[in-house]
Structures are given as C-alpha cells and as structure tokens.
Design a protein around this ligand. Structure first.
Ligand code: NAD
Length: 327
C-alpha cells in the first residue's frame, strides 16, 4: 500500500470508528458487534504503525473511552482510569508475559481475572464511608454517578475499617436482570437494549436514580486507584483485603506462577463462560507484584503490567440478532 492509499484508508477507518465509538460510549447503543469494532481498530493500529506520521492526537486509537455526558457533575480522576492492551490469541499472551519478564528483575507471578463486560466505575471511601462514585469517562474526567451507584445493593455504604481509598471495578447487569428488563421493555413497546453492558451503562447514566434502582445492577471490584495507608505489596493481597473490607470481588481469580497456568485458565473459562450468570468478554492478566507493576509502568493509554485477552467472537450472531431488535 502506498502512502496516498494509506491516508485514504486511515481516514475512512477513523470516520467509521468514530461513529461506532459514539454509538457505543455516548448513546449506549452499538450498531455492530464488538468484534467488528476490534477488527477495524486493529487495522487502523497496523496502518499507524506502518505510517507513524499519520497518527493524530484525535485518532480513535489514542482514546480511552467516551466523553462525559452533559447533566452530571464532572469528577477528575487523580489517578487516570486507563484502558487495557488487548491480546487475541495465545501468541499475544505469551508475548506479553515475555516482555514483562524481560523488563523486571526476578520471577513474575500473574493474577488472572474474568473480564466482566460492564461499565468501569470508581468508588471513593473516606474514613470508611462511601462518598463518591464516578464513571471512567475519558479516563481523566468522569461523571459523578454517586446516587445511581448507591442503588447497587452490593456496594457497601460503610466498609469494615475506617479506610480512605479509591477502588475501581465493573458495574454490570446479570443475565437474569437483563432478560427481565428487555421483556418489560418489549411489553411496553420500548426499544430493547442491545446487550447487558449497554443496559448497565444506560442505567447508570440516567439522571434519575429511581431508574437505576429498578434495574438490579451488581458490581465486582478489581483495582485500586489510591490507597495511601496500604502497605500491601501484591495485587492478590489487595483483592483479599478488599473482600475483607466488605467490598465485592469476583471469586474466580487465580494466581498463576507460569504462562502455561495462565493459558489453562483462559481455556477453562472459554468453555465455562456460558455457565456464568453475567457476561464476560475475556480474561485480564495482571502482574501480581506491585513493585514489578511500577517498574513496568504505563503507556499513554494502558498499563504495561496487564493485558486483556479477548475471547473469539463466537457470539457474533446472537449479538447481531439482539442488536437488530434495537435499531
Ligand atoms: P477493553 O474492553 O479492551 O478493556 C478495559 C476494561 O476492561 C477496563 O477499563 C475495565 O472496565 C474492564 N475490566 C473488566 N474486568 C476487569 C478486570 N478484572 N480487571 C481490569 N479491568 C477489567 O477496553 P475499553 O476501552 O473499556 O473498551 C473497548 C471495548 O469496547 C472493546 O471491547 C470494543 O469492542 C468495545 N467497543 C465496541 C463498539 C461497538 O460499536 N460495538 C464501539 C466502541 C467500543
């Protein structure tokens, strides 16, 4: 491909990806399956690697999420809420592990977690009390959705110790709530939600908390933004401590000492995922040791100490059928 052809292709991809991004993040109403979005974004990334002079600051490859909606107060994240790099096959996962091992001293352990398909949120506790909840937004500025988050029963308003910390996790809609919601909407002649992720995002970004309250959302917490008093040295230690504090973590995580164990975890959940009562779209692999995480650091958009393995798009047809119902 010559440069002129690349310029045209890059422009065409950006234009369509910007439209998909707006539909997904701002309107909570995607019109194409995620796999199609992911393929196009990978294509754009490859072209930008071949022709780095074509990268622009506003390219969809340089963004993290959506813009905050008008109508909510804005919350500035003191520590940015980043996205994750993606892996689509075994080779990508092995590359990630190899790069990490080469960059740090000593052996590396990983923590594998389910990648919950919901909406990333941040919860702030001051002296043990829940004071603020926000969406990720563009990673730096999110929306203040405290009142909506308070309607989620699994978010404790007081935790077990008088800790001051900001925890992060994924708010999601369990399958059962999603089916019920769409049945009700269908009976009322209302537009159906394309998938549980969009239903969760749509519910939490309603200005009236009564709507969120009716939607039976849930949460799993999986990361810490700030925790000044903590002396924990591993991510797995933090997950255990969060649980002790009364914060809901997903029980299905595993500490893995080797890449083979990581791949086994991925294979297991690729088969088992239909048996969960919530949607997952992959497995997140994180370096366990926090000093090693720091050593590895961050790119502009994502940590170098974690990666999201995405399941192959086996559900494309079901998802497409769902989506056709809603457009
Ligand atoms: P991502 O889905 O690649 O992964 C990052 C996110 O994973 C985190 O921010 C967090 O919210 C979540 N996550 C879930 N479980 C986690 C765990 N245990 N630990 C850490 N993080 C966890 O990145 P993204 O920027 O949130 O969104 C991109 C996604 O949106 C892609 O899947 C893409 O296909 C989809 N998308 C689809 C369309 C469309 O039109 N269909 C448009 C835009 C984006």
């Amino acid at each position: 491909m010559d440069k002129q052809q690349a310029i045209e292709k890059v422009e065409a991809l950006r234009s369509i990806l910007n439209r998909y991004g707006h539909e997904y993040y701002v309107l909570d109403k995607p019109t194409v399956p995620d796999s199609e979005y992911d393929e196009k974004i990978q294509e754009l990334k490859k072209l930008e690697e071949l022709f780095p002079e074509l990268i622009t600051a506003d390219s969809p490859t340089q963004r993290i999420g959506g813009e905050p909606l008008e109508g909510f107060s804005k919350v500035e994240h003191n520590v940015p809420m980043l996205s994750l790099g993606n892996a689509f096959n075994e080779g990508d996962v092995r590359d990630f592990a190899r790069r990490a091992s080469e960059a740090v001293d000593g052996p590396i352990s990983f923590v594998c977690e389910l990648k919950i398909d919901g909406l990333a949120v941040s919860l702030t506790y001051e002296n043990g009390k829940f004071v603020r909840g926000a969406t990720r937004g563009d990673g730096t500025i999110g929306e203040d959705i405290t009142n909506n988050l308070k309607t989620i029963r699994s978010i404790p308003l007081t935790i077990a110790e008088k800790e001051t910390l900001e925890v992060r996790g994924e708010a999601f809609m369990p399958h059962k709530s999603f089916t019920k919601l769409n049945e009700e909407r269908s009976e009322n002649g209302e537009e159906l939600f394309a998938n549980p992720r969009n239903a969760a995002a749509g519910s939490l970004r309603q200005l009236d908390p009564k709507i969120a309250a009716k939607r039976s959302l849930d949460i799993f917490l999986y990361a810490v933004g700030q925790w000044p008093s903590s002396t924990l040295t591993t991510h797995s230690g933090r997950l255990e401590k969060l649980k002790e504090l009364g914060l809901k973590t997903n029980p299905e995580w595993k500490k893995c000492e080797t890449i083979e164990e990581v791949l086994e975890f991925i294979n297991y959940w690729t088969k088992e995922r239909p048996n969960l009562n919530y949607e997952i779209d992959g497995i997140v692999i994180k370096v366990d040791n926090l000093d090693q995480q720091e050593e590895l650091g961050y790119t502009a958009k994502s940590p170098r100490w974690a990666i999201a393995y995405k399941f192959p798009a086996e559900e494309v047809m079901t998802k497409l059928m769902d989506i056709e119902l809603s457009i």
